[in-house]
Design a protein around this ligand. Structure first.
Ligand SMILES: O=P(O)(O)OC[C@H]1O[C@](O)(CO)[C@@H](O)[C@@H]1O
Length: 425
């Protein structure tokens, strides 16, 4: 057990300092200022409280990770060729990357004008000499998406400079989207945001019409979430939305954001700093989607878009894109500055499968592992809205997971099963 004595000492110091504050300041610290839940202050650890099991790897024969590294990843790289007009140099580089996966050794990116180059040199250092199957799967995927940008010249002045290689997919995803109805309350907005996560252009590209239809809930903390949010609303707290995919998912996330804003909450949205996992939202994608909503032919939808535009302009919504969100690092290796910032939040809402994998380090946790067994290091209460698209899920009783596996052999990867899991400390 790696329980941090320092963590407890700091906690104690914090309690003493908090008690010395006037009541108004205490309330601010409690609900806008981290380490807090309406139920009381949480006992935050700064480190993972247990030794994690080994990470998922492509080398796990028969696993979804194996299929992804061997088949899906090279196909994703090749799709970039078909959906972009690349220079001859970039075409060669993309083809070479596709050939590298899975058997060539990992190397660090070498695009010297990239602002995250030093970060990636450090991320890659422990894995040099290992191939794409041997390294942790989460590392392999994040590294591949970063290497695609090196190949297309994303960070290099020239024809690929800051050109999103997935722009076509992202545009199609929004064009294909049509509204069924607007969510009427918070619970409906949460559900819509969850199922929006079924859309994933890395698994089901736009135009191929193959997204999973059925929706089954595996774990549903909606009543607790609504009660918790109601408390936050009473305290004008900050809520952080850690975004995932563009298209249907982002539209539903923005509808959820609209609900939260109308209740007086302040929102911070975390987008990716560069294109990754095909459909992950950048700041510019959020701005474009809000613009699209504001131009919508249905007056009610346009009103939502205009409300969001106003909130972006007056600071009730802040957009951020820390480099951490495209890193291969697990949640417990989050840089201190970001961690300190997130600790100011009343609730972190984490969208999607890849973010879920990150919080749990993408490790082989037994499915029945309680969330609190791992998540006590997270700097604020955490809501996980995620459809299952990889072989990791926690907080599910063995009888339940066995019954679900009987019903749907692909329950962990099909996107048909979702969780609304709250860890409030
Ligand atoms: O967009 P999401 O929900 O994060 O899903 C991405 C996930 O889907 C996958 O493409 C499945 O391999 C993973 O790579 C990743 O975990």
């Amino acid at each position: 057990m790696l329980i941090s004595t320092w963590g407890y000492a700091l906690d104690l110091l914090f309690s003493v300092l908090l008690a010395a504050l006037p009541p108004k300041e205490q309330k601010k610290k409690f609900f806008g200022g981290g380490c807090a839940t309406p139920a009381g202050r949480r006992n935050i650890m700064t480190h993972l409280p247990v030794t994690p099991p080994p990470p998922l790897r492509g080398a796990d024969i028969g696993s979804f990770a194996h299929d992804t590294v061997v088949r899906r990843m090279p196909a994703t790289v090749r799709r970039v060729l078909h959906e972009n007009s690349l220079s001859p140099e970039a075409t060669q580089a993309v083809l070479a990357l596709a050939e590298e996966i899975p058997h060539a050794p990992i190397r660090a990116p070498h695009d010297h004008s990239a602002p995250d180059l030093a970060l990636w040199e450090a991320y890659c250092a422990p894995y040099l000499g290992q191939n794409w199957l041997e390294v942790p799967w989460f590392f392999a995927e994040t590294a591949m998406y970063r290497r695609i940008l090196e190949a297309t010249g994303y960070f290099k002045p020239g024809s690929g400079f800051y050109v999103d290689p997935y722009a076509l997919q992202k545009r199609l995803a929004l064009e294909e989207f049509s509204f069924a109805s607007l969510p009427g309350d918070l619970a409906a907005a949460l559900a819509a945001s969850l199922w929006g996560n079924q859309a994933d252009l890395s698994l089901w590209p736009a135009g191929e019409n193959a997204t999973p239809g059925a929706t089954h809930i595996l774990a549903d903390d909606t009543p607790q979430v609504v009660a918790y949010l109601t408390e936050l609303i009473r305290h004008d707290a900050r809520v952080d939305l850690i975004l995932d995919n563009v298209g249907s998912e982002l539209v539903h996330d923005l509808l959820l954001a609209d609900h939260l804003l109308r209740h007086g909450l302040h929102l911070v949205m975390h987008a990716k700093p560069h294109p990754t996992f095909v459909s992950d939202a950048l700041v510019v994608d959020v701005q474009n989607t809000v613009g699209w909503l504001s131009q919508h032919q249905h007056a009610q939808v346009a009103a939502v878009g205009n409300h969001l535009l106003a909130a972006l302009a007056d600071g009730r919504i802040e957009l951020r894109d820390d480099w951490y969100w495209t890193s291969p690092l697990p949640g417990w290796e989050m840089p201190a500055a970001l961690r300190a910032d997130l600790s100011q939040s009343g609730l972190l809402i984490s969208k999607g499968d890849a973010n879920y994998r990150r919080w749990f380090g993408d490790c082989h946790w037994p499915t029945h592992t309680p969330l609190q067994h791992v998540l006590s290091y997270v700097p604020a209460p955490l809501l996980l809205l995620r459809t299952c698209k990889s072989e990791i899920v926690l907080g599910i009783e063995p009888e339940h997971s066995h019954a679900v596996a009987q019903q749907d052999a692909e329950w962990m990867t099909s996107g048909r099963w979702g969780v609304i899991q709250l860890w409030a400390g």
